[in-house]
Design a protein around this ligand. Structure first.
Ligand code: 5RP
Length: 224
């Protein structure tokens, strides 16, 4: 259970830390490593750095890149990113069959490129992340060119107010319509002109899900 303080604030930090440390332990010397983005990954970076491995890292956001570099991790520019041995990232929702929603931090386009390039994509999260069924919002990244036409095409979508463009110039928004069939919605979003990326990750992408709990980590293996 998430920890509740006297003032009523509920913290999932200890669960995130447990999941992140378990994931850091999966990394081996000589690996190429994808680093995700978010508050759970914030626990991964020091845990990985503390292992003093010789690894080449690729970051999914400028923030992750800066923190990882400060911690002494060797972070390479993404234009040399090809095949990765392992990538570790958070998620906003994960279903029993392995569908994810990602992009709470707006980094889902880069995160999906990294997930798709890796042999072993490991998802880390706290006990609030498992869900029975996905629910909106689904983060999306949109091109500025023809934006009104893209918004009209998508219908139930809202641009995130006050959010800067992604490092790749995209506009971060959320699709708010129903998610009756994740595969059908993922295909529809992918086929929308002007939509650069969306936060629905299909189960085939993820190898492991590590969920931190009060007394340990639930490690679910989806595939090798
Ligand atoms: C960023 C993401 C994050 O991994 C996701 O939002 C989970 O974040 P957190 O670990 O802070 O709960 O997809 O784009």
């Amino acid at each position: 259970m998430p920890q509740q303080r006297e003032d009523g604030h509920v913290s999932t930090d200890s669960e995130k830390r447990l999941a992140a440390e378990a994931a850091a332990a999966l990394v081996e010397n000589g690996m190429t490593v994808g680093l995700g983005t978010g508050s759970t990954v914030a626990f991964l970076l020091p845990a990985l750095a503390a292992r003093n491995l010789s690894v080449r890292c690729f970051a999914t956001s400028v923030h992750t890149q800066e923190v990882a570099t400060t911690l002494g991790l060797d972070v390479e520019l993404a234009d040399t990113l090809d095949h990765l041995d392992i990538a570790i990232d958070g998620a906003d929702q994960v279903t029993p069959d392995g569908w994810l929603i990602k992009g709470g931090g707006g980094a889902h386009t880069r995160e999906k490129i990294v997930a798709a390039a890796t042999a072993r994509f490991v998802v880390i999260g706290d006990s609030t992340k498992p869900v029975d069924a996905l629910r909106p919002p689904v983060p999306v990244e949109l091109l500025g060119f023809g934006l009104p036409a893209t918004l009209r095409h998508l219908r139930q979508v809202k641009i995130r107010e006050g959010w800067p463009p992604s490092p790749d110039g995209g506009i971060i928004a959320d699709y708010l319509g129903p998610i009756d069939d994740p595969a059908e919605l993922a295909a529809r979003l992918s086929a929308t002109p002007g939509l650069v990326g969306h936060g629905l990750f299909e189960p085939a992408m993820t190898a492991d899900v590590l969920i931190g709990r009060e007394n340990g980590v639930d490690h679910r293996k989806l595939h090798d």
